[in-house]
Design a protein around this ligand. Structure first.
Ligand code: F3S
Length: 411
């Protein structure tokens, strides 16, 4: 049995309303299943199932039911990408019925108190938790980033538990909320330089494949590694395995504070190297065709930062995309607005690149790409390549930004 505070007991008895009572029942059931002794107050929740395609019929009913029971959010709550682009949906070929269904759900969440961020990178737009702060976040790429790069603490929450956390401001204390589960248990020594987001994504994919749900320690990364590169690395490790936390010696906050160094010892069976051969092997797994077949190019998985958009825009000054290629850059509407203010969006638009906000292929309807006549996606993201082939029904080319640009831009 979990030890509950007086306030938590009152919530369980319905003093804070029926939705909070139901949410408490759910969190207690989960906590008892994982042997949690108590609840933890959380600073924020990130809802992964916040659009009809990812929530499913059952998830939408659950959210609506909680709202009808008077549910409201006690803490800051952000939401993951939508099933469609809220401003360009018609132009991009999404169904009006889906738009209406999505609007209904979005409105309900906003009325409950959500910041409808509709992005997998809420930490880029003012929702970055601080070191050791407890959270209830869903979305594997956001979870691994917040645990690893920011040093905050969250398990990989599903739709119902994140919603229950949002309503109660609580999460059961188990798993990655506890020090003992945050220690590295498998080590990867890098013996090649990672020079681009693409190579970080390949390395992350390899780490995830080997590590599974363990906590990897990475040794040998450049101390000046950009946050965007760690974002790409983590997203890949979270999709090929289920890595929710990694440490990088001399880089990530817990490795620094906890004295986890390159010399921390592991058995031979828990020690791996990442060299050119391992990256090449991941390239073969993620890429199924040549770039020449790509009729849709997508960058920005995870959603692009303003720095990434700046770099993309620089490549496109004075250039034009080929008429047989559709080119999207995914981001949040906040970063898109920033890119408009700084002139990067104009450069991209003039080249024929569409800045697509608030959505992504993992949330779009299944086989949407195939239904729109696309046959092959090119991307520099191993995670996006995975979803293109498994969810969107098209072949995937996963390769360097340079190879993608060479293919896409008119000579
Ligand atoms: Fe984000 Fe979608 Fe990629 S949720 S990490 S843009 S597959």
């Amino acid at each position: 049995m979990m030890n509950l505070s007086d306030e938590e007991k009152r919530m369980l008895n319905g003093v804070r309303g029926d939705a909070a009572r139901k949410a408490m029942e759910l969190l207690i059931a989960v906590g008892e299943c994982f042997g949690a002794e108590r609840m933890l107050p959380i600073a924020s929740a990130h809802l992964v199932a916040a659009t009809p395609t990812t929530a499913g019929k059952g998830g939408v009913s659950f959210i609506m039911d909680m709202k009808d029971r008077g549910g409201s959010f006690k803490i800051p709550v952000t939401t993951n990408p939508n099933c469609l682009e809220p401003w360009q949906w018609s132009d991009m070929g999404f169904e009006e019925s889906l738009y209406r269904e999505n609007e209904r759900l979005t409105r309900a969440l906003v009325e409950m108190g959500a910041y409808s961020t509709q992005t997998c990178t809420p930490y880029l737009i003012g929702h970055a938790p601080h070191y050791r702060q407890s959270l209830a976040w869903g979305e594997s790429s956001a979870v691994v980033y917040s645990n690893s790069v920011l040093g905050s603490r969250t398990n990989r929450e599903g739709g119902p538990t994140a919603l229950a956390g949002a309503i109660t401001g609580l999460t059961p204390e188990y798993g990655l909320h506890l020090d003992e589960y945050r220690k590295p248990t498998v080590k990867f020594v890098l013996d090649t330089d990672l020079k681009s987001d693409y190579e970080y994504a390949l390395a992350g994919y390899y780490v995830g494949k080997i590590a599974g749900d363990r906590v990897p320690l990475i040794v040998g990364l450049n101390k000046g590694v950009a946050n965007d590169s760690l974002k790409c690395f983590g997203a890949a490790a979270a999709v090929s395995g289920s890595v929710a936390l990694f440490h990088v010696s001399d880089v990530t906050p817990e490795a620094m504070a906890g004295n986890i160094t390159a010399n921390t010892r592991f058995s031979d069976s828990d020690s791996f190297r990442i060299g050119k051969a391992e990256l090449k092997a991941m390239e073969h797994i993620c890429s199924h065709t040549t770039v020449n077949n790509a009729d849709l190019v997508i960058l920005g998985c995870p959603h692009a930062s303003i720095e990434q958009i700046r770099v993309y825009a620089k490549h496109f000054i004075g250039k034009k995309i080929k008429s047989n290629v559709t080119f999207w850059v995914l981001s949040s509407h906040v970063v898109k607005r920033y890119a408009e203010d700084l002139g990067y969006a104009r450069v991209l638009a003039e080249a024929g690149v569409r800045l697509v906000s608030n959505t992504c292929p993992a949330s779009m309807p299944q086989n949407f790409f195939a239904s729109k006549g696309y046959s092959c996606v090119a991307t520099n993201s191993t995670k996006l390549a995975y979803y293109a082939s498994t969810r969107q029904g098209v072949a995937a080319y996963c390769g360097s930004l340079e190879s993608i640009l060479t293919h896409s831009v008119k000579a």
